[in-house]
Design a protein around this ligand. Structure first.
Ligand SMILES: NC(=O)c1ccc[n+]([C@@H]2O[C@H](COP(=O)([O-])OP(=O)(O)OC[C@H]3O[C@@H](n4cnc5c(N)ncnc54)[C@H](O)[C@@H]3O)[C@@H](O)[C@H]2O)c1
Length: 329
């Protein structure tokens, strides 16, 4: 049993991680500011199960507040930290770059300093495939250059990786960086493709699709990501960087067809021009994660979409019941 501080623990991936760590007997200290990027009420619901555990503690705090994360770290004295808090999202980062720098870069700096001050030496950092940019040739390897980000989101997430490396060199922090490839599943952020598309399809509304539908992504089911994160939490090394993806790609057109089939509705597509910041393709080379961490993703897109749609139907029923209690009976 370990005590693990998880930043961003109220979010999509973080809340699943908290549940997973609690289920195996760890203590979890969650640090999250319930940022309004999407409805904070969703994040409170994400933590409903975790809050029932006596081994779970929630600290509401902002990583931009140096004293807040220092105090949380001093009080918790965790064995390990998993850093998932971030301003996520590529497109909004073009509108609000300063906020992305403040949270993703300065916030990470505050966290690293707080770890050193509290004598916590082990960090797992939640990075992103966006750091590979648009110029490389997929599948991406960890040894590929990640020095040409094309969005403020990617640049700030890469800057945070570099800070982690610097703190490992200067202060002996032992850091594993995990680069996640488009994660989906229950609790997925509502503005992300799959979640957003599914709700629009069910409402009979057109789906804004950027580009001609040929852009491809390595969609990774959240349970597979969690397996990788937990394996990294249990691993110890001075420094390591690993891709976590399914290592399979699907075009936007294929994704829409799969979703429409699972939902039993037709997709109306509203074609929009390519968006600045979006990369044309992602695909993970996961050989290093398999070899070193024992990562072994198992959920193909069709199965993952089916599981996501089951969850979404339950969510929609719950939302309808909240608006009109008679429908929930
Ligand atoms: N979801 C994906 O497909 C994906 C892909 C690649 C990388 N990632 C990375 O994984 C991590 C989690 O992503 P997610 O999809 O779960 O996002 P999310 O937005 O659901 O979760 C992020 C959490 O961080 C919290 N947070 C934001 N700013 C904060 C601050 N200043 N102080 C404290 N907490 C703050 C938010 O309230 C939220 O609960 C992020 O670091 C993201 O960059 C996600």
């Amino acid at each position: 049993m370990a005590r693990i501080l998880v930043t961003g623990a109220a979010g999509f991936i973080g809340s699943h991680l908290a549940d997973r760590l609690l289920a195996r007997g760890d203590e979890v200290v969650a640090f999250d500011n319930f940022d309004p990027y999407y409805d904070p009420a969703i994040k409170r619901r994400n933590l409903a199960g975790a809050l029932r555990s006596p081994r779970f503690r929630l600290v509401e705090g902002d990583l931009r507040d140096r004293a807040a994360i220092r105090a949380a770290m001093e009080a918790a004295r965790p064995d390990r930290v998993v850093h998932l808090a971030a301003q996520a999202g590529v497109r909004p980062s073009l509108q609000r770059p300063q906020q992305y720098v403040d949270v993703n870069v300065t916030g990470t700096l505050h966290l690293l300093d707080a770890m050193v001050a509290a004598g916590c030496r082990r960090l797992v950092y939640g990075g992103t495939s966006s750091v590979y940019g648009a110029s490389g040739q997929p599948p991406f390897r960890e040894s590929d250059p990640a020095d040409r980000p094309i969005s403020p989101y990617a640049a700030t997430k890469r800057a945070a990786e570099l800070l982690c490396h610097t703190w490992s060199a200067i202060h002996g922090l032992r850091v594993t960086v995990l680069r996640f490839f488009t994660v989906y599943g229950p609790r997925q952020r509502p503005e992300m493709a799959i979640h957003k598309f599914a709700r629009l399809m069910l409402a009979g509304q057109p789906i804004p699709c950027f580009g001609d539908g040929s852009s491809v992504r390595d969609y990774t089911y959240v349970d597979d990501i969690l397996d990788g994160v937990v394996k990294a939490v249990d691993h110890d090394e001075a420094w390591g960087v690993y891709n976590l993806g399914e290592s399979e790609t699907h075009s936007l057109t294929e994704l829409l067809a799969l979703l429409a089939q699972e939902l039993g509705v037709a997709a109306q597509v509203d074609r929009q021009p390519d968006q600045a910041g979006d990369v044309p393709a992602t695909c993970a080379d996961i050989a290093a994660a398999r070899r070193v961490l024992g990562y072994d993703p198992r959920v193909p897109l069709r199965e993952g979409i089916a599981r996501f749609v089951r969850w979404l139907r339950d969510e929609l029923a719950r939302e309808a019941a909240a608006v009109d209690p008679a429908r929930g009976r």
